[in-house]
Write a protein that binds this ligand. Structure first.
Ligand code: AHG
Ligand code: MN
Ligand code: MN
Length: 339
C-alpha cells in the first residue's frame, strides 16, 4: 500500500502512544489551534481580495498601531478556541487583560497566550507573518485571573507557531522535540513534513535590525563588528545577515538552517523605559522553548529566557536565540562587557 502523509491529528495520537502521555484535551485544543491557523492562512493568502490589508485605526495596549489583520486574527483565534471546553482563558498581544471563557461555554484546564499576527509591518506588502502561541495549565478552580498566566517558560505544556509565507507551516513542541507540518490546501490538513527539527550548533548567519546599530550596547556592538570583519577578522569566517521583520520568519529560518536572532536591550529602549521589545509570554517563551527543544539556546544575555518569572502579562524582554555556539558567545560578551 502506498504511504500517505501523517496528519497533525495522527501525529498527536502516535506521540501520545509513544511517550505514554496521551492528553486528549491538549490534542483537542491543538486541533482547534490548527483550525484557527487554517482560517487565518486563507485570509492572509487572499490579502487585498479579502479586504484585510491596512490599518485598523486604533492602538493596542502596547501603544502600537493595530493593523486590520491584527484585530481579525485575534477574533478568528478566540472564536475558534473558546467553544470546545479545553481552555479557561486566553491572553493576547491585542488585549489589555486576559479573555475569560464565557460562562455559556464549558471551561477547561488550559491557558493560552498568543501573538495573533506577528510581523504586522509585513502584512501590507504580503511578507512573512505568523501566529505564536504558548499553552500552560490552569491550576486553580474557577475563572482564571491575569496572575494565573504569569508562569515561567518552563511551565509550558505546548508551544508553537504558524508561519504564513510561500507555504503555511505549523511548528510545535510538547517537550519531545520540534515537529513541523506543512498545510496542504488541497486536503485542508497540516501534514508532517519536518520531523525532529534540529538547529545546527554553528552558523554563519545572524539576524538583527541594524538600523538601531547606534543604540546597541557593547556586547551586540562587538558581536556584529566581529561578524562584519569576516574572514579577515577575529571570527575568521564571512557572515551573512537576514532580517525578516517578523520574529516567526526569522526564527523559522533559524530552526531550518541555523543562525542567531537578536532583539537585544538597547539605549533607545532604555530611554523609553522598556525592558526590551519582544514580549515574554507570547513571543520569547514559546519561541525560546521551541529553540531549546531543537537543540538551540534562548537567552536575554544575562539569564535563560525560560527561567524568567513573569510579573505582567505584556512584559518585554531582550531576546537572543538560535545556534548554541553564537548564543554562548553573546552570553560571554555580556559577562565581559556588563555595565
Ligand atoms: P508584532 O508584529 O507582533 O508587533 O511583532 C513584531 C516584532 C517581531 O516580529 C519582529 O522581529 C520585530 O517586532 C521587528 O521590530 P522592528 O520593526 O523594530 O525591527
Ligand atoms: Mn510579534
Ligand atoms: Mn502581533
Amino acid at each position: 500500500m502506498s504511504q500517505t502523509g501523517t496528519t497533525l491529528s495522527q501525529f498527536l495520537i502516535e506521540q501520545g502512544r509513544l511517550h505514554g502521555d496521551t492528553d486528549e484535551a491538549l490534542n483537542g485544543l491543538l486541533s482547534d489551534v490548527a483550525t484557527a491557523c487554517k482560517r487565518l492562512s486563507n485570509l492572509v493568502r487572499l490579502g487585498e481580495l479579502a479586504g484585510v490589508l491596512g490599518a485598523a485605526g486604533q492602538e493596542n495596549v502596547q501603544g502600537e498601531e493595530q493593523k486590520k489583520l491584527d484585530v481579525i486574527a485575534n477574533e478568528v483565534f478566540i472564536d475558534s478556541l473558546q467553544r470546545s471546553g479545553y481552555l479557561a482563558g486566553i491572553a493576547s498581544e491585542e488585549m489589555d487583560a486576559h479573555y475569560p471563557i464565557p460562562a455559556n461555554y464549558s471551561r477547561g484546564d488550559y491557558l493560552l497566550a498568543f501573538d495573533p499576527l506577528d510581523g504586522s509591518s509585513n502584512i501590507d506588502v504580503n511578507g512573512s507573518t505568523g501566529t505564536i502561541f504558548s499553552i500552560t495549565r490552569h491550576s486553580g478552580d474557577g475563572a482564571p485571573t491575569d496572575a494565573d498566566f504569569l508562569q515561567s517558560g518552563l511551565s509550558q505544556v505546548c508551544s508553537g507557531y504558524c508561519l504564513y509565507s510561500s507555504a503555511s507551516m505549523l511548528l510545535l513542541t510538547t517537550g519531545h522535540g520540534v515537529s513541523g507540518f506543512t498545510l496542504d490546501n488541497r486536503e485542508g490538513e497540516f501534514i508532517l513534513t519536518h520531523p525532529e527539527i534540529k538547529v545546527p550548533r554553528a552558523t554563519r548567519e545572524y539576524a538583527i535590525n541594524s538600523a538601531y546599530a547606534r543604540h546597541w550596547l557593547a556586547p551586540e556592538k562587538r558581536y556584529v563588528e566581529e561578524c562584519l570583519a569576516g574572514v579577515e577578522g577575529p571570527r575568521e569566517k564571512d557572515f551573512n545577515m537576514r532580517w525578516a521583520g517578523s520574529m516567526v520568519g526569522d526564527v523559522h529560518r533559524i530552526l531550518c538552517r541555523g543562525g542567531v536572532f537578536m532583539y537585544p536591550m538597547d539605549a533607545r529602549l532604555q530611554a523609553d523605559g522598556k525592558a526590551g521589545k519582544l514580549r515574554l509570554l507570547y513571543e520569547a517563551n514559546p519561541m525560546g522553548w521551541l529553540m531549546e527543544q531543537a537543540g538551540g539556546m534562548a537567552h536575554t544575555g544575562t539569564q535563560p529566557i525560560l527561567s524568567i518569572q513573569p510579573d505582567s502579562l505584556h512584559q518585554r524582554v531582550p531576546v537572543i536565540m538560535g545556534s548554541a555556539e553564537e548564543v554562548e558567545r553573546l552570553i560571554g560578551y555580556h559577562q565581559e562587557l556588563a555595565g
